[in-house]
Ligand binder design. Sequence first.
Ligand code: F6R
Length: 574
Amino acid sequence: MCGICACIGNLNAVKYVLDGLKILEYRGYDSAGISYIENKELKTIKSVGEICNLEKKVKGIFSNVAIGHTRWATHGSVTEDNAHPHLSFNKGIAIVHNGIVENYKDLKDKLNNVKWHSQTDTEVFVNLVAEKEGDLLEKLINASKEISGSFAVALLDKDGNIVFGKRESPLYIAHINNGVMAVSDTYVLCDLAEDFYTLNDNEFAKINGNGIFFYDKNGKKIIKNKEKMQNFNKNNEIFEKTHMKSEILETKKVLIETFKNYKNELLFSSIKLPKKFEEIELIACGTAYHSALQGAEYFKKIGIPSHAYIASEFRYGNEILNKNALYIFVSQSGETADTIACAKMLKEKNMTCLALTNTPNSYLNKICENVLPTFAGKEIAVASTKAYSCQVFVLYLFSLYLSGKFKESEKEILDFLKNFPLLDINNGLVDKISNFEKIFFIGRGQDYITALEGSLKLKEITYINSFAIASGELKHGTLALIDKKSIVIAICTEEKIKEKLFSNIEEVKAREGSVLLISNFPSSFESLILPTFPTALMPIISIIPLQFLALHMCEKLGYNPDKPKNLAKSVTVE
Ligand code: F6R
């Protein structure tokens, strides 16, 4: 959350930073700002809302040094005062920050001579830096010793020096044509650089006309190795009005691409499993957690004990670790703070870790010794769609590989991909569902997981309160909510639980609730019929109409599905 960008060189750094912020906007779009040097003066321009508002204000400005920020509000409401960059009390230093200063209240009390202009933790950071001795880098290193929490920061002083520091939040630096750039995400650098440096925790850097210089937490110069830039597969070829729509429509193509890359089993055979392999534990957040749940189902089906955990719960929970387990971290971005924290924690304890990500160069990939990529191409809309489908698919393929059934399933998979149905939901149904006050999603087994994901999609882009429940649980409490103002969207793709689910639907109808069944089994209920494929693959099909449902309801309400309020695509704070 929050994106930072800095640039120096024989170029218009303001333009490079602005272009970088546009790419980073998925990390937050509450406000944005840029600091730069003009006529030897440190100047700052900020605006509330999307980057396009800032763009209008900085039009025509030229400077060869600049830092910028796009904000997802943590401390302080969405105002221009709270927008970054923040300035030190003497107006000599500007800072942009991604992360959270956890002890900012204590530090604020200590800095009692400062007149505050914002409610942010970041303004405390820059003032702490300003009161330290030495050059800008020394000041930053000394100040960071007193900071608890996470940060990726870029600081610019009035002499045009730019320095960086990092703890937990990501930061990458690269030489570009005629200059140097530092950013929160290698997305920005993909088309500008062939290689890049990753700043590790408690490392610092300085950039100037002569290059990039790295330092450890004691200010000692260090040498770092460059990493090769890995690009995304060019899968973003469908251009609809919104990224979310394009991305759902790209699902079939990216599943095919993913299979192409796994077909020879090489990516699986290179995985280093624990010596005595006993179980698979999956850890993730949000939508990725739902694919982790599907993954756990696949592994259990082939006889491997498996569980999925929410990263923020696992991190502070009392889970018993197993040296003989494979720990899989599922993440589209590979930058999610809680997921990364779990991976780091387990790596430190010498567990076997695997990153299942959609983002080449991601931090999670670096932490884990094993990586399974998804080939979904860039996913820009905040709500994850095609990446979810690819995660579930790769977990399924992995379960086939582990059970030794990969080759024999190839024909079945090719048939599934060839006939993959992108089932939309028609306007009549969308209108009908929109009329209900309460929307529930139900299912059993794998369909319950799809219900969870369908409900999350609806909530995050329509702001309609809905929730998912395992249908067998309805009568243990939630049935009390069902009345004629309710619609229940039931998903059913497993023969073995079909009759049970149908009975649950009858219970809903008996309370005057309406029902829409999404299923490949015929019934007398109002239904959206799915084609039949092998049961394990059905969740990849049944989620599509639910993604479309959320999208159409969002469009009907006049919201932008790509940038839902209060959210950001990469959640880089706890
Ligand atoms: C919802 C959504 C989020 C992410 C979650 C984890 O549509 O996209 O719930 O799934 O924030 O993000 P990643 O997968 O990047 O770790």
